[in-house]
Design a protein around this ligand. Sequence first.
Ligand code: ZN
Length: 197
Amino acid sequence: MPSGGLEIEQLIQLLARLPGLGPRSARRAVLHMIKKKEQLMLPLSAALDRAVMAVKTCEICGNIDTVSPCSICSDPRRGDSGILIVVEDVSDLWAMERAAPGQVRYHVLGGVLSPLDGVGPDDLNLDMLISRAPDCSEIVLAMNATVDGQTTAHYITDRLGPGIKVTRLAHGVPIGGELDYLDEGTLSQALKARTQI
Ligand code: ZN
């Protein structure tokens, strides 16, 4: 049942569609914004307006930025390593960039192959990846450790063919992880991917 006016309810419903927010947290967020109208709600509204006008999808890598090619693709130092990291989603690109800032280039697939959801090769940003591959010294497939992610990684490896160095992220024991709590799949991958000290 609506506890505020129509505009407020609409705002709550829209916010509740964001990842990580349900109706309850959306309601709390909206109340908080209304209480801080000058300090928070007005600047947020203005920032949203500006972002709507400014966001662009990079024509080369699929990253989201305010320019295309994006600031990562147009950074000349990144070409030096020749390493291209392939990720499923822009959020994965940003996560990788937080882990290793300023060193490599990226390619966003925009999803993974998923026969069940009707996602085929034509639905992914694959042709651009194949055309970028010859300029790379190494292509790192940083798909999620899911069945679809790994299927996609195999498919890309086949499409790239021989002559291009293709690697994938190590799967294993997380930092701070206790062996006793890990599932067998993770533990057996960690054992296979062991390294010399
Ligand atoms: Zn880019």
